[in-house]
Unconditional design. Structure first.
Length: 331
């Protein structure tokens, strides 16, 4: 699909209800004049909420790798004339790194991972197993490999690996075998063909288990096409370079693979000196760089899930940057 076709999509008529919006607002604790870096701007739902708390004053950096968010970002900028709003159309790893090089120091960073309702509801994007569409799944049209390309080129074993690792799909091997058998005569182009293969490959009772039978395979392909787990790992690393002492980072994830990366990274950064208490001088040199503010993951309440069923799998973790002793002295 050409890049101009992506811009032509009616993104402005599709709405996205920001998940855990009250919780994000409370934990990030933003105020007027702050610098907020939003790594996943999407439809700007969280941005609008945070800008209210900033009373329209301060700086807001809106990053998204999907160029179709541009009209939303422009509308957000127009609605907040007293705020320095900047749009970066690139992935958040790249965005955070270049902001750090420029010397930007963030008071708050938000990552609301995964895809937006806008993307799911644009049939041409091929994210949904519920709508027949080309098997694309790229968030960024500059990325060359689509889901159809992966289905055409990965070996049976590699496909099974993708479905098992990124989709935690129980029938990964059966599905990858069925895909390879079918693609020998006809390559996969449309999502309905893939859904049909999955249905035929899994045992009948599994078709009526939890959720749509193609859900996990679609998730796995989307993660692989967009290299999502690497993005989370590298994004957290880059975000920590950008965060001011006392600044906060909030991450919303939608499946356990992402959440595990966030939880472990936060835990590692929060680990203090590990020397035995009777050692007179620290020998490990380790200092905690983060304080975890949400020891237990934050989940949406039933009212939110009833209103917005897509929020059901969301989970939020928040941490605060700790000033190192040398930084504290200078403050
Ligand atoms: C769940 S939506 C964010 C919704 C947004 N918080 C709101 O309230 O409207 C996720 C967005 O992040 C973007 N995204 C996902 N991974 C990204 C990455 N690695 N770099 C930049 N943007 C990314 C997607 O294109 C999508 O627009």
């Amino acid at each position: 699909m050409s890049q101009s076709a992506w811009f032509a999509m009616p993104a402005n008529v599709i709405t996205h209800d920001p998940v855990l919006a009250n919780e994000v607002a409370a934990w990030l604790d933003v105020s007027p004049g702050m610098t907020v870096v939003d790594g996943t701007f999407g439809a700007g739902g969280h941005a609008t909420r945070l800008a209210e708390l900033m009373q329209g004053r301060g700086a807001y950096v809106a990053i998204d790798r999907d160029p179709s968010v541009e009209p939303r970002a422009r509308a957000f900028r127009a609605a907040h004339p007293d705020m320095a709003v900047r749009l970066m159309k690139r992935d958040f790893v790249d965005g955070f790194r270049s902001l750090a090089v420029e010397g930007v120091a963030a008071d708050a960073i938000l990552l609301d991972l995964g895809i937006s309702s806008m993307q799911i509801d644009q049939p041409e994007r091929g994210f949904s197993y519920a709508i027949d569409a080309p098997l694309d799944m790229r968030m960024d049209p500059r990325v060359e490999i689509t889901a159809a390309d992966l289905l055409a080129t990965l070996s049976e074993r590699e496909l099974a690996d993708v479905f098992a690792r990124f989709g935690e799909e129980r029938y990964a091997r059966q599905i990858s075998r069925a895909i390879c058998r079918r693609r020998a005569s006809r390559p996969y182009e449309r999502s309905a063909d893939l859904v049909d293969t999955i249905r035929r490959a899994i045992p009948t009772p599994a078709q009526f288990g939890s959720g749509h039978p193609a859900k996990r395979v679609f998730q796995a392909l989307r993660i692989a096409v967009n290299d999502e787990l690497t993005m989370v790992e590298q994004g957290l690393e880059a975000a920590l370079q950008l965060l001011k002492p006392g600044g906060r980072i909030a991450v919303i994830s939608f499946h356990s693979l992402e959440d595990r990366i966030v939880k472990e990274r936060f835990r590692r950064e929060a680990a203090p000196c590990s020397c035995p208490p009777d050692l007179p001088v620290c020998g490990c040199g380790r200092q905690a760089t983060l304080r975890v503010l949400t020891p237990r993951v934050v989940r949406p309440g039933t009212a939110e899930v009833d209103r917005n069923p897509r929020s059901a799998s969301s989970r939020l973790r928040v941490a605060e940057r700790i000033a190192q002793p040398s930084q504290q002295e200078g403050r």
